[in-house]
Ligand binder design. Structure first.
Ligand code: DQA
Length: 167
């Protein structure tokens, strides 16, 4: 590679990084995750969703990124937010809760994205009931983090930043 090409490459990467930092990372949470803290704490831990939001916001801010952290019990809302992310987000972190295992419509929406997508689960679905072993999110995801509890969201932010910096 000549020096000129290398410089053009460096400028392109810087621009992509700047663009990623100008848009928020969408963090989309599906059904029943509003009950974290009360809901099956032996599986999902004792962190509330609000405390996860605070940890994630602090972690992203330290790295110079903005996040837009949301939760819904509605499948249609999740799909609307994924469609919105096409224009407005730099990347998506998604814990679709039980819709992970049921929603072809969510998969179709995710497949329209050309930004990185990290699928997150607090628990490790592969250690649980058979019906949780299949994910409609995974075929559209860049990567999957599961079984690390709230830490998984922070590692997903790190993974996205790494992807922004190396794309
Ligand atoms: C979950 C795992 C799903 O199987 C379950 O339906 C959830 C939470 C998790 O974060 O471990 O609601 O996505």
């Amino acid at each position: 590679m000549t020096i000129q090409y290398k410089q053009a490459d460096g400028a392109k990467k810087r621009l992509a990084r700047q663009e990623a930092m100008s848009k928020p990372i969408y963090i989309l949470n599906g059904p029943d995750l509003n009950l974290l803290g009360e809901r099956e704490p032996e599986i999902y831990g004792t962190d509330t969703l609000d405390s996860i939001r605070q940890q994630v916001e602090a972690h992203a801010t330290d790295a110079g990124h903005k996040v837009d952290f949301r939760q819904t019990n509605g499948e249609g809302d999740l799909i609307d937010w994924v469609q919105e992310a096409r224009e407005k987000a730099s990347g998506v972190i998604i814990n679709a809760g039980a819709y992970t295992h049921t929603s072809v419509a969510l998969l179709d929406a995710l497949l329209t994205l050309d930004i990185p997508v990290i699928e997150v689960h607090l628990s490790n679905p592969f250690k649980r009931e058979e019906f949780r072993h299949h994910s409609y999110v995974s075929p559209a995801a860049t990567g999957l983090i599961c079984g690390l509890g709230a830490q998984g969201y922070l590692r997903a932010i790190d993974a996205l930043i790494e992807l922004f910096n190396n794309s």
